[in-house]
Every structure is written in C-alpha cells, then in structure tokens.
Design a binder for this molecule. Structure first.
Ligand code: 5GP
Ligand code: SF4
Ligand code: MG
Length: 457
C-alpha cells in the first residue's frame, strides 16, 4: 500500500446466457469506472469454447476503444481495478486467467482476503495478488470439478470479498460471509447479470433482482435460474458503510435506497448535530453533493455551486509526496470567488482522509474573501485502516487518526469550525441495520491478522 488515502474498491461485472455478453460487461464496467481506474479487463467465452481475455492498464475506454470488445461469447466477467493487494501492473490486472487440470477459469475479485485464507503450497510469486492465490489453490485442488474446487477453496476464505468466476458453461459468484463487499444480481432478457453496484445493472439494461447474500455461492448456467448454496455458517451481515458514504454512485441502490437519498439523510443528520448560521452551503464535488443538499435543506440555507471539479484529469493517481498531493487537489478543484467573497460559508465534504483536500480548500476560501469557513463532514472521523479491500495506509497516516480532538483539527485546518457526523447519526441515516464501520469505529467484523497477500504492507 502506498499513500494514505483509501483507494476505490474495485468493480466486478458478469453476464451469463446473453449473446452479447462481452459487450454488455464492458457497458457495466464503464458505469463502475469510479470504483477503479488503474486497469480494466473482460474475459469471455462461448459455451464450452476457449476463454479469451482482453485487459490492459488504464480506463475502460482506453483498454476498449469505442467500447468494443473484439470477439463473441455468451458468458463474460469483467473488472476495473484499483490495486489493494499485489503490485500495480498488467500481470495483476483482472480478470485473472488460470489453466488448471480441471480446465481454464477466469476470476474477477473485489476485496481482500485476510488470515486463514487459502494459500497454495506453491504461491504464484511474492507480488501475487490474493486473487492469484485463490486461483493457485484451485489449480492445486484434488476436487473432481472446477465448481467443487472453487467451493472448497472459497469456503476457507475470510475477509471482505465479492468474486465472479467464469467456467466452461457457467458463472460462479460468491460473497464473503459478512457481506462486506457488495454484489448484486440482475435479470437480462434471456440471461443474468452480476455487478458490484446496481448502476452497472442499469447500464446493461438488466433489472435489479436482489443482493447476493452474505456467504452465498451462486452458480448460473446460461439463462437458467441461478442455484445457490451457503458456503459459511450464518453470521451477522456487515456490509461496508463507506460504500454509501463515498464509493458508490448516487444512482446505485444500497439496502433498498438510492445512495443519493442516503447521503441526503447523512447531510440532514449532520445539520441536526452541527448546525451553523451561515450565508451559503458549498459541496465539494462530486461525492458530497447529495450530503450538502441534505445539510442545506435541513437548515433552510441556500446551496450554491462554489467549487468546480476538473473532469478531465482521468485517474486519481496515488501521490505519496504531500507537495504533489496539494498540487493535485489544486488541479482538481477550483473555487468560484463570487460564491464565496464576503460570505459565511459552510463547506460540506464526505470524508477527511489525509486532510489534503480540506486544508487546501479552506485556504482557498479565505483567499477568495470568505468571512467564515465552517467545515462539515458527512461521516465520522476516518481513523482506522481498512483491511477489506479499500486501501488505507497505516492508521497513523490518517489525519483524524493522528489527532483525536476535533477542535485541534479545526485549528490546524484554519477552519472557523469543524463538525463530523457521529457514527450513530450515520447509522440512523442508513435506516439502522448492521454494517462494517471499522474505519470509523475500529471494530473489525472479521479479525485481522496476517494478510493473505504477501505484499500487503
Ligand atoms: P484527503 O484529501 O483528506 O486525503 O481525502 C479526502 C477527499 O478524498 C474527500 O473529498 C473524499 O471525497 C475523497 N475520498 C475519500 N475516500 C477516497 C478514496 O478512496 N479515493 C479517492 N480518490 N478519494 C477519496
Ligand atoms: Fe468499508 Fe470502512 Fe469496513 Fe473498509 S473498514 S469495509 S471502508 S466500512
Ligand atoms: Mg471528494
């Protein structure tokens, strides 16, 4: 891991039983581009035919110009990656393909395996991702079929993971026992689709059916109804709450509500907890726009566009050097001075990770002539590293992790005031339920010991 910012979780898409499966998967991947911009790939096959794999570094449209996937097939899996385990190069771009004695299999994975995950007797190299470790274990399995091999390997896996695998005439899908990483099932005309978020199902023209259950192992043969079994004993579900806070697209459904609606509620809760008398509310685009709307509406304050995001910068490169990080934020976000000058401003963001964005923007607000700058964060302080597929560095590099006292944080950021949403407020905005909140609460739903991926640091 490098830097201190959590990287976007990866995105997974799969289709079974549709004549344009590879093409549909590419459509789904573009809709999930926000989840990873480092590499993209599609593996596909006709029933019983060889697996073809097209993948490369970069955005989906760079890897598949014109969004054309050359070749045909009725089964496909695809992936957009932001590396969380294993080094960042083409060899680790997914899907990964393995030729086993049971036949070829392609695997797309979002998440991280933690201790007690299967490690093959002959690991595929020190830089291997945990996805490669799973495939190596499948290749060594004595099980009579690929399906049985995958099942027995994955039944030993722990952590946060959502995977889709492509076999000779079927797809497999699995979600970790606590349902930390997301995966949803959709219906296509004649076939089925899987994706990390419902926005990808919508983009493929699939109707959202349901979430894959925590611990569910699903087999989808062509267009036939999926068959499921439970790989793990039932445990309390712990879906990642940061999906709703930051990762997911506002039009995606999480627990039956749009992410937009959930974020508006987070903004409303934030307003109830940390109201302020101000002239204008500004969102830090794009991820906090819905929360800022909720905040402004609850306090009856005007919401204005005061920050412009440059949409043409492409990938959010990780930048370990703080000076270059600052330059990146300057490039990414510009202030509209007339929205700020002479006003008491509330700036709403969804999270503070390393503090770069907040520190920079507050400075720009003062430069533009703001009278007061109140920072409101629509989530609790991000204090603890994520071990379930979101790349955060060691806790001490996290801004709030180093500084437990919010008033000291406000002083350091030169903000007039600072207010974070409480964990209780966040959970209320989600409509209750159980979640993984480890990056905020430090309570890890799956014990974290030695990580399976040898390169995790
Ligand atoms: P900071 O500048 O404090 O390091 O990061 C906070 C900003 O990054 C917020 O505007 C938030 O929306 C965004 N952010 C939060 N998590 C992630 C992430 O995983 N990846 C990226 N690229 N941005 C993130
Ligand atoms: Fe999500 Fe945070 Fe849990 Fe990681 S630690 S899975 S980011 S809620
Ligand atoms: Mg942001």
């Amino acid at each position: 891991m490098s830097g201190g910012r959590p990287r976007e979780a990866c995105g997974v898409v799969a289709v079974s039983g549709h004549p344009e499966a590879p093409q549909l998967v590419a459509e789904g991947l573009v809709a999930l581009q926000h989840r990873g911009q480092e590499s993209a790939g599609v593996a596909y096959r006709a029933r019983g035919g060889p697996i073809r794999l097209e993948r490369g570094m970069g955005l989906v449209l760079e890897v598949f110009p014109g969004l054309v996937v050359p070749g045909e097939g009725s089964f496909a899996v695809g992936h957009v990656r932001y590396s969380t385990a294993g080094t960042s190069d083409l060899a680790n771009a997914q899907p990964l393909l393995a030729r086993t004695h049971l036949g070829p299999v392609a695997l797309a994975h979002n998440g991280n395996l933690v201790e007690s995950a299967p490690v093959a007797a002959a690991p595929p190299g020190p830089d291997a991702s945990d996805t490669a470790l799973v495939l190596a274990a499948v290749a060594e399995s004595r099980a009579p079929s690929l399906e049985k091999a995958l099942e027995s390997v994955l039944a030993q896996a722990r952590g946060g993971f959502a995977m889709a695998a492509l076999g000779p005439d079927r797809l497999w899908a699995v979600r970790d026992p606590r349902g930390i990483r997301p995966l949803v099932l959709g219906r296509l005309e004649g076939g089925w689709a899987l994706a990390s978020e419902t926005c990808a199902l919508d983009a493929m023209g699939a109707r959202t059916i349901r979430e894959i259950d925590p611990g569910e192992f699903m087999t989808i043969e062509d267009g036939a109804a999926p068959r499921s079994r439970r790989l793990f004993p039932r445990e309390a579900a712990a879906p990642c709450i940061f999906e709703a806070v930051y990762f997911a697209r506002p039009d995606s459904l999480v627990a039956g509500s749009t992410v937009h609606a959930l974020r508006r509620r987070m903004g409303g809760e934030l307003a109830a907890e940390h109201p302020v008398d101000a002239d204008v509310v500004l969102a830090v685009p794009d991820s906090s726009v819905s929360a800022a709307e909720g905040y402004a509406a609850a306090l009856n304050l005007p919401l204005e566009q005061g920050l412009i995001r440059n949409r043409y910068l492409g990938r959010a490169f990780l930048e370990p050097d703080p000076l270059r990080r600052d330059a990146r934020v300057r490039r990414k976000l510009a202030v509209i001075p007339s929205a700020v000058a002479g006003r008491r401003v509330v700036l709403v963001d969804d999270s503070i990770v390393r503090g770069t964005t907040a520190r920079h923007l507050i400075g720009r607000m003062w430069e533009a002539g703001a009278r007061e700058v109140h920072l409101r964060i629509a989530a609790p302080p991000y204090r603890h590293p994520c071990h379930y597929g979101v790349d955060t560095s060691r806790a001490q590099r996290l801004f709030a992790g180093e500084r437990p006292d919010p008033s000291a944080l406000a002083r350091e950021l030169l903000a007039t005031s600072l207010g974070y949403l409480s964990l209780e407020g966040l959970v209320r905005a989600m409509g209750g339920g159980s979640h993984c909140t480890a990056c905020f609460s430090g309570q890890y739903p799956v014990p974290v010991g030695v990580m399976a991926g040898a390169t995790l640091a």
